[in-house]
Design a protein around this ligand. Structure first.
Ligand code: CAA
Length: 261
């Protein structure tokens, strides 16, 4: 697909998806969310040897400054507002369930729907100028792309209440302390750190990585039983060629060569 709002860069299977609306601090309009959805459901299949996806924003000032507030103006019914929120939920859930690692590389403002996009990724790397906040209550709103559910999973209920109700801006170091970001790196090194992590994961058994994603996500999913998911995934992995290769390589004292079968 020809995208209008995102850019896709492929660096030897490590894909960077760039939200490319710097004039609006990369705010997510509906078209951008739909393009992200197309990439994660269809277009990723065209990439040979995909190792993982890094999501970032264009320019230095912002990762993503939220949903596009200007598009809110035409919404006049609860149904239309809920449809906008549900669409964000659906696309962000696809990112969370993606079978390869997804990492948000956060430089600058990471606000509202942008924060929610970062929270949907499996990990977050914060540049030292990253700033995280949920400013929705300043607009008479609340987070609409599942932030009210993903945030307490990471920071606990009390801190989630504080962040959502005060709109306090969290800096990179504090984001790591709170468990919101995995690492702080010097500004401009967010993508290289994310790439390093994805390259490391790419040396592991791909089917095991996909099952880890399913199992850890089940921990958060009220409709899934994570314990049963782990037991089922463990059993399934024991019948794979990768398991045979991994255990043989250990016994033969050599490096495993996984094929994802
Ligand atoms: N939507 C639409 N446009 C946005 C935007 C947004 N979320 N954030 C910034 N922009 C636009 C501004 O309107 C401005 O455009 P113009 O030049 O055409 O006026 C441009 O980006 C640059 O922004 P500023 O001039 O405001 O830059 P600044 O440095 O003075 O301030 C900022 C930066 C503090 C991030 C400020 O832009 C801001 O507060 N943005 C809004 C943040 C926000 O409230 N996000 C939550 C959105 S609601 C949401 O996301 C709901 C949900 O969960 C689904």
């Amino acid at each position: 697909m020809d995208y209008k709002n995102i850019l896709i860069e492929n660096n030897d299977g490590v894909v960077t998806l760039i939200v490319n609306r710097p004039h609006a601090l990369n705010a997510l309009n509906m078209e951008t969310i739909s393009e992200i959805g197309v990439f994660f459901t269809e277009d990723y299949k065209t990439i040979q040897n995909l190792k993982g996806v890094i999501i970032t924003g264009a320019g230095e000032k912002a990762f993503v400054a939220g949903a596009d507030i200007k598009e809110f103006l035409g919404i006049e019914s609860p149904e239309a507002g809920s449809a906008l929120a549900r669409n964000g939920h659906d696309v962000f859930n696809i990112i969370e369930k993606f079978h390869k690692p997804t990492i948000a590389a956060v430089q600058g403002f990471c606000l509202g729907g942008g924060f929610e996009l970062a929270l949907a990724c499996h990990m977050r790397i914060a540049g030292e100028k990253a700033k995280f906040s949920f400013p929705e209550v300043n607009l008479g709103l609340l987070p609409g792309f599942n932030g009210s559910q993903r945030l307490p999973m990471l920071v606990g209920k009390a801190k989630a209440f504080e962040l959502l109700m005060t709109t306090d801006m969290i800096k990179a170091e504090e984001a790591v302390k709170l468990g919101l970001a995995n690492h702080v790196v010097p500004q401009g090194e967010e993508i290289s750190k994310a790439t390093e992590i994805i390259e490391k994961i790419a040396t592991k058994a791909p089917l095991a990585i996909a099952e880890i994603i399913k199992t850890v996500n089940a921990y958060q999913d009220k409709n899934s039983d994570g314990t049963e998911q782990e037991i089922a995934s463990f059993g399934q992995l024991m019948t794979t060629k990768d398991f045979e290769e991994g255990t043989s390589a250990f016994i033969e004292k050599r490096k495993a060569e996984f094929t994802g079968e």
